[in-house]
Design a protein around this ligand. Structure first.
Ligand SMILES: C[S@@+](CC[C@H](N)C(=O)[O-])C[C@H]1O[C@@H](n2cnc3c(N)ncnc32)[C@H](O)[C@@H]1O
Length: 202
């Protein structure tokens, strides 16, 4: 673990230990597009999925309810969230690791067919490394899916600026669609370009 990762984990643990009890109730009002991303995922056949930064396990729980026969895993940097996700999703396999250098094949014993980042990539410190690690680790024929804050270009200027400033306090940096396009993502935007669904096929 690098000193940067160690410092990030300290921040995440402090932040999420405080936020964990109210996480699911509050996030439904601003982490938009998550259910749409899950619908997109479930529209295709696959039997193994790893979520990076599963948080409280909300997305994994919904996916497992709708596709119970698949194998599920999570790669999570924060102990505070890992504990909650493991409690909530006892059927899933978890790795305490960072997106930048996680060993995906070790989580489920084989490369996963799908990797999901749901409002995680915007918090990751080394975004390029995290994306490359996921793309290199997903099974042949598999896909990497992202749902996250986009460039907010369709929102009134002061609202977008206020939201950006507020997110920055929690180390969240919305995804730049130019960066996604340069990395070959297929993209669909939510209203106001508040969120983006991005996908890579291997
Ligand atoms: C905003 S929460 C999203 C949680 C969940 N995916 C959801 O949609 O509700 C971001 C999650 O990413 C995790 N995270 C942040 N940086 C990470 C990193 N570098 N590697 C792995 N997980 C990370 C956080 O600990 C947290 O659980």
């Amino acid at each position: 673990m690098t000193p940067e990762q160690s410092e990030h984990r300290v921040f995440l643990n402090r932040y999420y230990r405080a936020a964990r009890p109210i996480y699911d109730v509050t996030r439904k009002y601003y982490l938009f597009g998550r259910d749409r991303a899950l619908d997109v995922l479930l529209a295709a056949p696959w039997s193994s999925l790893i979520e990076v930064g599963p948080g409280t396990g909300r997305n994994l729980e919904i996916l497992q309810r709708r596709r119970a026969w698949a194998l599920y895993g999570g790669v999570e940097a924060a102990d505070a969230m890992l504990e909650r996700a493991a409690e909530r999703c006892p059927w899933a396999h978890f790795q305490r690791a960072f997106a930048e250098d996680a060993d995906y094949a070790a989580v489920l014993g084989a490369p996963p067919q799908r990797i999901l980042f749901s409002y995680c990539l915007s918090m990751v410190q080394r975004r390029d490394e995290a994306l490359q690690q996921a793309l290199a680790s997903v099974a042949p024929g598999g896909e990497v899916h992202v749902v996250d804050f986009a460039d907010l270009a369709g929102l009134p200027g002061p609202l977008a600026a206020g939201l950006r400033a507020w997110l920055k306090m929690y180390r969240v940096q919305p995804l730049d669609p130019g960066w996604l396009a340069a990395h070959g993502a297929e993209m669909v935007f939510g209203p106001g370009r508040y969120y983006v669904l991005a996908r890579w096929r291997r």
